[in-house]
Design a protein. Sequence first.
Length: 164
Amino acid sequence: MDGKTPAQLAMEAAGAAYKTYGYPADPTLSAARIAELTGFPAGEVYKTLVCRGSGHRTYVCVIPSPANLDFEGVAQMVGENRLRLAPQGALPEITGGYVKGCCTPLGMRGGYPVFLDKSMEQKEKICLNGGRLGLLMELAPSELRRVTGGVFRQLCREENQERS
């Protein structure tokens, strides 16, 4: 790997601890498949979804890999009529360079509101993309919250949460 990603630089600038792990740099891999390949439990690997509201405001949501975002619930929470995923082709412009498969709230340009699924709040460690295909970061949810300014919220319907 060449150089550090904005995610790594953000963690280091904040004095936050993290570890990195590699996996095949394949943009078609889902977060659940990355969990399987790296040996982490699926409920500990999180995915970052960049969403747009009906008024074109951007929101960043981090949810467990096996779960689905409750678009209606999150739209209501942020005061939007509707919420949808940002178009894949627009991700680099929106995020400051991240593409599908390597989005992370760490080091993302834009100052967007970051919402962290409440399921991570009680976990000691979680994993999420490190800002480059093939790079997974392990960190404490409290550090993710501190570095991103994120807030813990219920982002998935209860039936979508992993039971553990």
